[in-house]
Design a protein around this ligand. Structure first.
Ligand code: PMP
Length: 338
């Protein structure tokens, strides 16, 4: 029989799909690693399971224990799934800024979600960081995963995402393009690919409002770079320990608007219904057109599925309110027709 023993065994081995229209102005072939094929609909399933396995191996979690993490998104989904299969409890802390539907999804998988106020400093005892840290101290046999500094995060990509891309392209990949948040995906995948061929160019995509790009260029943690942005899943206001900047060749920033517009284009032109960061990834690549030549083979990692973004980038009103959507008047249409 061709069966899986549990849902976690379906993680990984996602397809690499050629982009046929959206990158037509580039001189080379571009393939998308479509990570929404993972059972939790995102790439984060890979690192969630790895972080759990390492915690078990290191004796930090024993059967029946409690997984704690500050998350409302994809990492929570992966951890919650792994917890169900492996018999752990899950407690996630998140902020009141996150949509109810995200917390409902985590609760659907049996996780407990604690909503904390957004407008407090991280050091405040009510912040979602502080609450998670306190819970870890109070609850016996519990472990705070800390995806930012837990190196099992990048290890997951070194062991699975990197080898998959290398094998799927028969080692012909020349450029990897990845949005960067915790840094786990870009660093782990790059570490593997650079070992295979140090000439492979690794391009990290960041958002304006994040300090990562300036840190990459100058080594300076400049808080003046930090301002609120609406893009989701990538960019940071600190530098997580999962980064090894030496395996990254270039950092490129994109605007909230350009990423959002490209996310919608990806759905309409390639039928790839993905999350916000996927559009930002493609946008970043297109900004780097002048660095590409015929014969190059580019792989872009698309982190998650579009279903969690229907009330945002895929909603016309949300887009128009932010000035991301050109709202055409009847006069515009008539004059365009001449
Ligand atoms: N896009 C999405 C949708 C994500 O959830 C994440 C994870 N935060 C990223 C991009 C960035 O990946 P990483 O944290 O591995 O750098």
């Amino acid at each position: 029989m061709d069966v899986k023993n549990n849902i976690l065994e379906t993680i990984g081995n996602t397809p690499l799909v050629r982009l046929n229209k959206i990158t037509k102005d580039l001189p080379c072939d571009v393939y998308a690693k479509v990570e929404y094929f993972n059972p939790g609909n995102s790439i984060k399933d890979r690192m969630a399971v790895k972080m759990l396995e390492v915690a078990e191996k290191d004796g930090k979690l024993k059967p029946g224990g409690t997984i704690i993490e500050c998350t409302s998104g994809n990492t929570g989904m992966g951890l919650a799934m792994a917890a169900v299969v492996k018999g752990y409890k899950c407690i996630f802390t998140t902020t009141d800024k996150q949509s109810q539907s995200k917390t409902d999804i985590l609760r659907a998988l049996g996780a407990e979600v604690i909503i904390c106020p957004t407008n407090v400093e991280p050091e405040d005892p009510h912040s979602y960081y502080s609450v998670a840290a306190r819970l870890e101290k109070e609850i016996p046999n519990s472990f705070l995963m800390n995806q930012y500094d837990n190196l099992a995060n990048r290890q997951a990509h070194y062991e699975s995402t990197g080898p998959e891309i290398w094998n799927q392209t028969d080692g012909k990949i020349t450029h990897l393009v990845v949005t960067a948040g915790t840094g786990g995906t870009v660093t782990g995948t790059a570490m593997y690919l650079k070992e295979k061929n140090p000439d492979i160019q690794i391009w990290a995509i960041d958002v304006y409002g994040s300090l990562l790009t300036k840190y990459f260029r100058t080594g300076e943690v400049d808080l003046n770079e930090v301002h609120p942005y609406v893009s989701e899943g990538f960019g940071e206001d600190f530098v997580p320990q999962n980064y090894d900047m030496s395996v990254i060749d270039h950092f490129e920033q994109v605007t909230d608007k350009d990423g959002a517009v490209m996310t919608r284009k990806l759905a309409r032109e390639e039928a790839l219904f993905c999350g916000y960061s996927a559009g930002s990834c493609i946008q970043g690549l297109l900004q780097l057109k002048s660095k590409l030549k015929k014969g190059d083979l580019v792989v872009c990692i698309l982190h998650d599925h579009g279903s969690r973004y229907v009330a945002k980038v895929y909603n016309d009103q949300w887009m128009a309110e932010r000035g991301y959507l050109e709202v055409k008047t009847f006069k515009d249409i008539v004059s365009a027709r001449g």
